[in-house]
Design a protein around this ligand. Structure first.
Ligand SMILES: *Cc1c(COP(=O)(O)O)cnc(C)c1O
Length: 359
């Protein structure tokens, strides 16, 4: 039996995608082999790779002057790859600290350049985004980095920062493809796959042409965006199965109506959960209303000792992975693209029932 999986990542994948992968698992594209067993340099896989990129370009309306890279190593490797590709040693980069993930990006970048924390939400307990007018940007920043959706704290930027000539770099791991996006505002976008794209092990990088070629000489070639762009992300063997599955997810998104339709669905899902939480007089969400994530909804119960029974009873009802991140506790429901509205409705019914039974 399929459950409703509210995990923040690795997260639920669309059922039609999994079923297609199962159907062609042992004989992909008439090859008599699984997609995992064919050469990444063969014509069939190259066609798959090209279609996945074309579909992604379609979905996000990615302008022609951006390269799309399908890399290995997770979003975390990009925390280091970004400073090493975009800035010389001794340069300064601006970072906005709005939670655990931007904090990790800052810690890694600080090993390679001067980090200027232009704004810090730690004082507010990571419950919102400091207004951009109050940020302290440096004049000569190599780039400005932010995390558009803090997966653990459930904080999503309600705006795209304005950086004029300074390239804008964004960790979109947990919000990419959840709604339309103005790609031209960014210098570089990156996202680990295991939230809204596909399985873990694949990382998407979308980078503007003019930012290629700034890499430091000592950078390992597999981390070098310019080299990977030149080689079609095949400098070495790419994560082929992840690339294949991501391609199926992109096809599914297009069949579902594209990102405008998906965005409307995601908004409705999130708003129904927040409205219930706010009106319940029982559950609470600490995030400023304007910064509430559509993808990750953290919430608390009236007493901490109710958390374990809540998670246990929810799992018994087929609603799994509702525990909050170990760093912040509480509960969290992640509502990525693959979570159907019926899953959110089932969660709301369970939450109502639980509250009535544990006053
Ligand atoms: C999950 C996540 C990461 C880390 O991804 P890995 O693939 O585990 O390296 C980074 N940033 C954000 C916003 C995430 O949600």
């Amino acid at each position: 039996m399929r459950v409703y999986n509210f995990s923040a990542g690795p997260a639920a994948l669309p059922l039609p995608v999994l079923e297609q992968a199962r159907a062609e698992m042992t004989d992909w594209a008439g090859s008599g082999m699984s997609v995992m067993e064919v050469s990444h340099r063969g014509a069939a896989f190259r066609a798959l790779a090209a279609r996945a990129e074309a579909d992604l370009r379609d979905l996000l309306a990615i302008p022609d002057n951006y390269r799309v890279l399908f890399l290995a190593g997770g979003a975390t490797l990009q925390f280091s790859a970004i400073p090493l590709n975009l800035a010389p040693a001794g340069a300064t980069a601006d970072y906005v600290n709005t939670g655990t993930w931007s904090g990790k990006a800052i810690a890694d970048a600080a090993r390679y350049l001067q980090v200027n924390v232009a704004a810090d939400a730690v004082g507010g307990g990571y419950s919102g985004v400091p207004p951009e007018a109050l940020w302290h940007k440096s004049r000569d920043a190599a780039y400005l980095h932010y995390c558009a959706n803090e997966t653990i704290h459930g904080v999503e930027f309600p705006f795209i920062p304005q950086t004029a000539e300074v390239p804008l770099v964004a960790d979109l791991s947990s919000t990419i493809l959840s709604r339309p996006l103005e790609v031209s505002r960014f210098g570089l976008i990156y996202a680990g796959a295991q939230k809204n794209i596909g399985p873990s092990g694949l990382t998407l990088v979308i980078v503007r042409d003019d930012l290629l070629g700034r890499a430091r000489a000592e950078l390992p070639p597999v981390l070098n965006y310019a080299l990977q762009a030149k080689e079609g992300s095949m400098l070495n063997t790419p994560p082929t199965f992840g690339w294949y599955l991501a391609g199926l997810v992109f096809q599914w998104l297009k069949a579902e109506g594209g990102l405008a339709a998906i965005g409307a669905r995601n908004q409705a899902k999130a708003e129904s959960l927040y409205a219930y939480i706010d009106g319940s007089g029982y559950y609470t969400n600490p995030v400023a209303h304007s910064c509430r994530s559509w993808m990750n909804v953290p919430f608390r119960l009236p007493r901490a000792e109710l958390e374990a029974p809540f998670a246990r009873e929810a799992a018994e009802a087929g609603l799994v992975n509702l525990e909050g991140h170990r760093l912040v506790g509480g509960m969290r429901a992640s509502l990525y693209n693959a979570m159907p509205a019926a899953g959110v409705a089932a969660l709301l019914a369970f939450m109502r029932d639980f509250a009535a039974r544990h006053p």
